[in-house]
Design a protein around this ligand. Structure first.
Ligand SMILES: [Zn+2]
Length: 208
């Protein structure tokens, strides 16, 4: 017995979501049919797609380009925290203990899952740092294997492209629970990790 074609199409659409299998997709599709409020999903998706974009500087998701963080004169533009995803920016902002700028890589190095170096925003970070005025790049990638590999790739790219003019590169302190995603960290843990960050790129930019 097959579902009507429009329902089958909806199930198929849910199945393309990350981590959603056939059973969950069916459950979600029936929920949408049953619950009139859930139908607000369609306009919400359209609106999010229409009214958000990537910040041309930090690649965070934003309504305005440049984003509110990049255009905030109160923030320290000489310090950039490199994170994997927009949700990590959100987590650090919620924790409220970082007042610099961000650079969102849009993923982590994971060749087995098809994410190669070229897919990440490392080139745009190098360009941004090359333009000058950056004194410290803080690696705030996840403390898991992919995040570590990604951090090393960032250090390599910055040092090989910028040589002597590369800024100081630091990494959040260890002691974070292994594999824990930044987004689950409490303010205190993140604050400690920022406070205790270690220099892993030794070259200093001019003016330091
Ligand atoms: Zn921005």
């Amino acid at each position: 017995m097959a579902y009507p074609e429009p329902l089958e199409a909806l199930i198929g659409a849910f199945e393309r979501f990350p981590g959603v299998g056939r059973v969950t997709a069916e459950r979600l599709a029936f929920h949408v049919l049953r619950d009139s409020e859930a139908r607000g999903l369609a306009p919400a998706i359209e609106r999010a797609a229409r009214d958000t974009r990537r910040c041309g500087t930090c690649f965070n998701v934003t309504e305005e380009d440049p984003c509110l963080i990049c255009s905030d004169p109160e923030r320290d533009a000489a310090t950039i925290a490199v994170v994997e995803e927009p949700r990590h920016v959100e987590a650090m902002e919620r924790a409220g203990c970082f007042r610099g700028h961000y650079h969102v890589l849009m993923g982590a190095l994971n060749p087995a899952a098809g994410t190669e170096l070229a897919h990440l925003g490392i080139g745009s970070l190098v360009e941004r740092v090359s333009a000058g005025g950056i004194q410290e790049v803080i690696l705030a990638t996840d403390p898991d294997a992919e995040g570590e590999a990604t951090g090393l790739a960032v250090v390599e790219a910055l040092e090989s492209s910028l040589g002597e003019t590369a800024p100081e590169i630091t990494r959040l302190a260890r002691g974070l629970p292994a594999g824990s995603a930044l987004e689950y960290l409490h303010r205190g843990i993140l604050e400690d990790a920022l406070e205790g960050r270690r220099v892993i790129g030794r070259r200093r930019g001019p003016g330091r």
